[in-house]
Write a protein that binds this ligand. Structure first.
Ligand code: APR
Length: 315
């Protein structure tokens, strides 16, 4: 069995542990700094597996050294935002969390495939990579799958079409500047723009959906008040995990360290990548229109500002 360590046993970490156990993807170590939280949840989860007759090793602890020699580590530790906060407001608190986790990964499990979910996402992936020393093909952040899923859901509601017929791609940082790519969006193979023309759907309505997608996380926070989204972030991270474990080579939008691709070096930002047994196996460079290029540039600049803050916190 593969060893999958989940750091953070809050809302997202709990759904991750539940889904990984039900899909039988590997043995689980769940870690949280709160004494007894992960241990209690794991005991409960193990007992639930007894109902379904699934044998799996599940360990809950507050001792991070248990990540030793993990195949995969998924990080959701940190604080989520509250109503009125942007993801960027979390930076100082969550940077410190990444610092301690990054050092632990370097010490106990430097060869793992690392998926980060903690926000502000792109800056946290950059910080973790820098502190842990993990190779650039083995560390990435979950955002684009979630943003694309939100866009798909809103489109499916508007067009009254199954979400399974919709394919889309979102680029850029995981924030208000993300770039949903309308001309890489298809409805059962039909380009969205064509579909809109044929069905006489006002383009302004599509623009509203783009805006709603950009604020999709905030909409949920303002409803729930004391937590941010957790089902969809967890399921999105599982898609990345499965593509790695099963060598599926799925093309998924993820936040990765760019080394010249898209003309960017030294930043982590959301782009389409192929994930297989060797981690990030390919970074796919799309041809962007002038408008998309300038939106992407703006998004990259917003990420750059946050990474600069992390660089200051590093010293
Ligand atoms: N080590 C281990 N666990 C930690 C640490 C740490 N250094 N710091 C915080 N935690 C734990 C908290 O005790 C808490 O149980 O991380 C957990 C976070 O859980 P929630 O508060 O429920 O947050 P969640 O909704 O899971 O979101 C986690 O993912 O999507 C992002 O914006 C979101 O940054 C947030 C993160």
């Amino acid at each position: 069995m593969k060893k999958i360590s989940l750091i953070g046993a809050g809302n997202i970490g709990t759904i991750l542990a539940y889904s990984i156990s039900r899909k039988n993807l590997g043995d689980i170590v769940l870690i949280d700094k709160v004494d007894g939280l992960a241990a209690g949840k794991c005991l409960d989860l193990s007992q639930s597996l007894a109902v379904d007759g699934i044998d799996l090793s599940i360990k809950g602890t507050d001792d991070i050294s248990y990540i030793k020699n993990s195949d995969v580590i998924i990080i959701t530790a940190g604080i989520p935002r509250k109503p009125g906060m942007s993801r960027d407001d979390l930076i100082e608190t969550n940077f410190k969390v990444m610092q301690s986790i990054g050092e632990a990964i370097k010490k106990y499990s430097p060869k793992s495939f690392v998926i980060c979910v903690t926000n502000p996402l792109d800056a946290m992936v950059w910080s973790l990579k820098k502190i842990s020393g993990i190779k650039k093909n083995m560390i990435l952040g979950m955002a684009g799958i979630l943003d694309s899923a939100r866009f798909k859901f809103f489109l499916s509601e508007l067009l009254k079409i199954s979400v399974s017929n919709i394919d889309t791609m979102v680029l850029g940082g995981h924030g208000d500047t993300m770039v949903p790519l309308l001309d890489y969006t298809t409805i059962s193979g039909i380009p969205l723009n064509k579909y809109v023309e044929l069905n006489k759907i006002d383009k302004k309505i599509i623009e509203k959906i783009v805006d709603r997608t950009r604020n999709g996380g905030g909409e949920i926070v303002s409803l729930m008040k004391n937590s941010s989204a957790f089902f969809s972030p967890a399921v999105s991270a599982i898609e990345m995990l499965e593509s790695y474990l099963k060598n599926q080579k799925k093309i998924l939008p993820c936040s990765v360290y760019l080394d010249g691709e898209y003309g960017i070096s030294g930043l982590c930002v959301g782009v389409p990548v192929s994930i297989g047994a060797n981690g990030i196996e390919k970074i796919i460079e799309l041809n962007l229109t002038n408008t998309q290029q300038s939106q992407f540039k703006q998004s990259v600049m917003a990420v750059d500002e946050l990474i600069k803050k992390c660089k200051k916190l590093l010293v």
